[in-house]
Design a protein around this ligand. Sequence first.
Ligand SMILES: Cc1cc2nc3c(=O)[nH]c(=O)nc-3n(C[C@H](O)[C@H](O)[C@H](O)COP(=O)(O)OP(=O)(O)OC[C@H]3O[C@@H](n4cnc5c(N)ncnc54)[C@H](O)[C@@H]3O)c2cc1C
Length: 404
Amino acid sequence: MDFNDSEEEASWREECRSWMEEHAPAVVSGSAADDTRVGAAAYLARAKQWQAMKFDAGFAKITWEREYGGRNGTTMQQIIFGQEESRFSVPAEAFVIGLGMIAPTLRAVGTDAQKAQYLNKLLRGEQVWCQLFSEPGAGSDVASLSTTATRDGDEWVINGQKVWTSGAQYSDYGEIICRTDPDAEKHRGITAFIVDMKAPGVVIKPLKQMNGGASFSEVFFDDVRVASSNVLGDVDQGWNVAITTLMNERVAIGSGGGGGMRTSISDLISLAQKRERNLDPLVRQRLADLYIHTRVQRFVGMRSLTAASKGKVPGPEGSIGKLSGARIATALGDLAVGLTGVSAIAGDDDTLAVGQSLLMAPAAHIAGGSDEVMKNIIGERVLGLPREPRVDKGVSWRSVPRSA
Ligand SMILES: Cc1cc2nc3c(=O)[nH]c(=O)nc-3n(C[C@H](O)[C@H](O)[C@H](O)COP(=O)(O)OP(=O)(O)OC[C@H]3O[C@@H](n4cnc5c(N)ncnc54)[C@H](O)[C@@H]3O)c2cc1C
């Protein structure tokens, strides 16, 4: 493991940093919390502007082929660009799902026609995409999903409900997984589709969050028609497509693709330094403790980076990083609000961002796999403990008891 940039990496970092310093200020907002305050339309316009700038400069997907808008760069170059981008509060969140999870899926399993139709527009930020996997009765166990797709000639008809769909209200397209063979085991008999989010029968109802925003929605499908050419991968093989998307999700979250924490440990240290007097000794201890945890997490992250730089797929350490990242997010938010006091809910843009960091922290414990699911993965794959019992193994999806 080597924590330092090679000469080549240092020069690439410098190139990314100077491009960011020149271009990012055009889209950076006064506060990272602006997306909940100025409304989705203004936020989206800035996000699209930023994505187009990145695409035109060859930073949209550094490792990809030129025909899809990449520059045939290395994984390490992509990681370094991500690190430099995360130093600026650029509006990248709208594209975390489309670029981080769905574009790699389209590239891996899409037909030539699908790639030609969607990839360039997706990378340039002309299209926003969402991920329609979770349902009211299928979250951690998403393979038990109930939304159906029934073949009707050259089309499929979708009926059912998805939930927690981030960005659904401003998305153009979605990747949806549906039950197409209820008589097969739950992981079989699922098919993935590309669905037009503006199609007749799609009803999107945003869910209000405790931070004042509404970043995800319930989405209802009522006889929504999808052409057969929009099947993603093979019919009844959608679980493999979903896994491709989910494998990319942790990488997208882990690389801090714009969603990340509203307040960092360095913001917190600056806040504490401004309080020259009356710094509670307990705050001092918590700050030091948190600093140590962020360092440890950085070193765990280095394992993934080292694996990536050698072309390997990151292992279960991704779950350790995800779990500890969520704990750090909660501790950071808690301490930040402790330091700013009432201004976290009635202050200026900077202190309001601190309040947002506490209100957004619970999401980190659930999105992309809950803490308990991460612990199961660590237990089974790192500690070698017996696997969880599976009552639905070898049984058709239709015969597994579930609530209506
Ligand atoms: C900010 C945010 C954004 C999201 N965006 C999207 C999106 O864009 N698209 C999408 O499809 N979904 C999205 N989700 C949904 C997310 O994937 C699910 O919330 C998550 O998988 C958990 O599912 P659930 O909410 O149904 O909880 P459940 O699976 O019902 O879990 C409830 C509780 O039971 C625990 N639990 C479940 N199974 C086990 C087990 N085997 N062992 C031990 N404990 C267990 C969980 O840890 C949790 O505490 C998002 C969620 C959040 C918070």
